[in-house]
Design a protein around this ligand. Structure first.
Ligand code: ADP
Length: 398
C-alpha cells in the first residue's frame, strides 16, 4: 500500500455512529470503507465495516455492556488506525445538523467552536448533542487530528431574507426563530454534480427532491439555494417516514389545550409517530408501503405525492418558473413508481415523463422536448463532507 492521506467522515445519531473512510486519489477522494456502530445505549451494540463491494471486513458485537458515543468513537479510531496501513488520518469530517446563523461554512472544530455549537442545541435538541459527542471525544483522545464540522443548514445561508422569515414579531425572530433549511450537504453535492449531467443545469432553475426517511425539497437557482421546504426544524415541510411535515400551528395548541399532551409527547408524535408511519399504520418504509395492499398504505403514499406536488408549485413560484426537477435519496433514487406519480402531477409545469427511461434506471427521465427536464441523481453527503474537510485543511496549510 502506498503512503497517502485519508479522511474519516462521521455521522453520529442518537443510537448510532456511521462512518466512511476516504483516500485521496489525485485531486479527488474515493471511499474505500463504510460502516456503523449501532445500538448505542442498548445491550446489543454492533459494529460492522464493509468495503465498496459490500463485503464485510470487520464486525464486533457487544453483549450485555452499554456502549456510549465515547466508547464507540474510541473503538472506531482504533479500527481506523488498524486498517489504514501507510495512510494517515488527515482529518475527521463531521456531519452536524445545525450551524445556526453563525456557521454557514464548514469550520475547524476547536474546543471554542464546539462550545459555540453546543449553544445551538435548543435549535436541534434531538440531533445536535449526538452530532457533537464524537467531536468532544476526539478532541480529548486525539487532539492532533484536525476535525471539521459541516452543517446541514449551511448551504441554505444563500437564501434571500424573505425566504428565511417567519411572520413573527421581531423580538422572536432575533432569538434565531427563522427558517434555516436542512439536507444542505445533499443539495450542495447535487448542485456540484448537476453540470456533469447537463451543462445547462448549472445556471438553471431547479427543484431537488431529497426523498429518504427524511424528506425535503430545495429550489436552486444557478446552483444556490433560494428556498426549501424545511424551516426552523427538520420536522417542517413534506411528510416523512415518521415526521409529520408542515402542520397548521393551531394543531399544536389543540394538542396542548384539548388533548392535554405535554411537550415531549407532542415531540414524539410529530417526529416518531406521524408521516408515512402514522398515516398508514403499517410502516415508515416506502418499500413496505409499496408492497402492501392495505388501503391506508396507499393513502400514505398518495398524501406524500400530493404534498410533494403542492410544494413543487410553491418552490416553482419562488424560482419564477422551473427548468428541471431532480430526484435523490433512497425513495427518489429507487422508487420509479413514486417518481412517476410526482412527474405526472407536475405535467402542468411542462414536464413530460419518459416512462421507459424512468423504469430503466436512466439519469434523464423526461421525454425529449419536455420543457422541464427530470433527472435521477444519487446523492453523496459523505463525499461532500470529505471534500469540505480536505479543502478547509488545504486552506489552513497555505
Ligand atoms: P435516510 O434518510 O435514513 O438516509 P434513505 O435515503 O436511505 O434514508 O431512504 C430510505 C427510504 O428509501 C425508505 O423509505 C426506503 O423504503 C426507501 N427505498 C429504498 N430503496 C427503495 C426502493 N427500491 N423502492 C422504494 N423505496 C425505496
Amino acid at each position: 500500500m502506498t503512503t497517502g492521506n485519508a479522511i474519516v467522515v462521521v455521522n453520529a445519531g442518537s443510537s448510532s455512529i456511521k462512518f466512511s473512510l476516504f483516500r485521496e486519489e489525485g485531486a479527488d477522494l474515493s471511499v474505500f470503507l463504510k460502516g456503523q456502530i449501532e445500538g448505542l445505549y442498548t445491550d446489543g451494540a454492533h459494529f460492522a465495516a464493509r468495503d465498496t463491494g459490500g463485503e464485510l471486513v470487520a464486525e464486533k458485537r457487544w453483549g450485555g455492556e452499554t456502549v456510549t458515543h465515547d466508547d464507540a468513537m474510541r473503538r472506531l479510531l482504533d479500527f481506523v488506525h488498524g486498517r489504514l496501513g501507510d495512510y494517515r488520518v488527515d482529518a475527521v469530517g463531521h456531519r452536524i445538523v445545525h450551524g445556526g446563523a453563525e456557521f454557514s461554512e464548514p469550520v475547524r472544530l476547536t474546543t471554542e467552536a464546539l462550545a459555540r455549537l453546543e449553544r445551538l442545541t435548543p435549535l436541534a435538541p434531538l440531533h445536535q448533542p449526538h452530532n457533537l459527542a464524537p467531536v468532544r471525544t476526539l478532541l480529548d483522545i486525539a487532539p492532533h487530528i484536525p476535525q471539521v464540522g459541516c452543517f446541514d443548514t449551511g448551504f441554505h445561508a444563500s437564501q434571500p431574507p424573505l425566504a428565511q422569515a417567519f411572520a413573527l414579531p421581531a423580538e422572536i425572530t432575533e432569538r434565531g426563530v427563522r427558517r434555516y433549511g436542512f439536507h444542505g450537504l445533499s443539495y450542495e453535492y447535487i448542485a456540484s454534480a448537476l453540470p456533469h449531467y447537463d451543462p445547462s443545469l448549472a445556471q438553471a432553475r431547479v427543484i431537488v427532491a431529497h426523498l429518504g426517511n427524511g424528506a425535503s425539497l430545495c429550489a436552486l437557482r444557478a446552483g444556490r439555494s433560494v428556498a426549501s421546504t424545511m424551516g426552523f426544524t427538520a420536522v417542517d415541510g413534506l411528510p416523512m417516514g415518521t415526521r409529520s411535515g408542515a402542520l397548521d400551528p393551531g394543531v399544536i395548541l389543540y394538542l396542548l389545550d384539548e388533548l392535554k399532551m405535554g411537550p415531549r409527547e407532542i415531540e414524539r408524535l410529530l417526529y416518531k409517530q406521524s408521516g408515512l408511519l402514522g398515516v398508514s399504520g403499517v410502516s415508515s418504509d416506502m418499500r413496505s408501503l409499496e408492497a402492501s395492499d392495505n388501503p391506508r398504505a396507499r393513502l400514505a403514499i398518495d398524501l406524500f405525492v400530493y404534498r410533494i406536488g403542492r410544494e413543487i408549485g410553491s418552490l416553482a413560484a419562488a424560482l419564477g418558473g422551473l427548468d428541471a426537477l431532480v430526484f435523490t435519496a433512497g425513495i427518489g433514487e429507487h422508487s420509479a413508481s413514486l417518481r412517476r406519480s410526482v412527474c405526472l402531477g407536475a405535467a402542468w409545469l411542462g414536464l413530460v415523463l419518459d416512462e421507459a427511461a424512468n423504469e430503466s434506471g436512466a439519469s434523464r427521465i423526461s421525454a425529449p422536448g419536455s420543457r422541464v427536464s427530470a433527472w435521477v441523481a444519487p446523492t453523496d453527503e459523505e463525499l461532500m463532507i470529505a471534500r469540505h474537510a480536505k479543502r478547509l485543511l488545504a486552506g489552513a496549510d497555505t
